[in-house]
Design a protein around this ligand. Structure first.
Ligand SMILES: [Zn+2]
Length: 183
């Protein structure tokens, strides 16, 4: 066995060999309130880490996890939190950033566009029934957007990033912990 199980206070921590996992994710008492971030999920098409970029051909670090789903599938907020940023002018396309305590969750290549109005900044996807305001609080599992093709992408998917204390985390590690608690 290469996996050690340590019991520290009341937390259970799985320690993997360093070659398998360079980063460890924070121990959370419960992942039960977390939501899988997309409906009609089909496949993980690109993981976290170094890869050849499908468009530029450059080798670069992929800071998120790509989840393929049919165009127009609803994206759900992974955790309850506040919409802290909306954008639609980078390679990420139409993009939402939500803050939940020390966690930041980022969603890219969404449908719709960002409008600056007298009342504030808002992501609008009218045919999907989405109106999401910057500064708005959203519950876990809320439909916040739909899978689109905005920004640099070769097919419909959700590019999903997670940060803890500002540092990127492999979202697959978090999903594995969420599924481990689902019995
Ligand atoms: Zn991606």
């Amino acid at each position: 066995m290469t996996t050690l199980v340590l019991i520290i206070t009341n937390s259970l921590i799985l320690v993997k060999p360093k070659s398998v996992q360079a980063q460890t994710i924070p121990v959370t008492a419960s992942w039960r309130q977390a939501s899988f971030p997309v409906e009609n999920f089909q496949a993980y098409t690109s993981g976290y880490g170094y890869r050849m970029h499908p468009i530029s051909g450059d080798t670069r670090f992929h800071r998120g996890l790509d989840l393929a789903a049919p165009l127009g599938s609803y994206v759900r907020s992974w955790w309850s939190g506040q919409v802290v940023s909306l954008s639609d002018h980078t390679g990420c396309g139409t993009m939402i950033t939500i803050q939940s305590g020390k966690w930041t969750h980022i969603y890219c290549h969404l449908m719709g566009s960002v409008e600056n109005t007298a009342k504030g900044t808002v992501l609008v996807d009218r045919s999907g029934g989405i109106v999401l305001w910057q500064g708005q609080n959203v519950p876990a599992g809320a439909r916040i957007a739909r899978v689109g093709m905005t920004g640099r992408t070769t097919g419909p998917h959700l590019h999903w990033e997670l940060k803890y204390n500002g540092n990127h985390i492999d979202p697959a590690d978090v999903l594995r912990q969420m599924f481990a608690q689902r019995i």
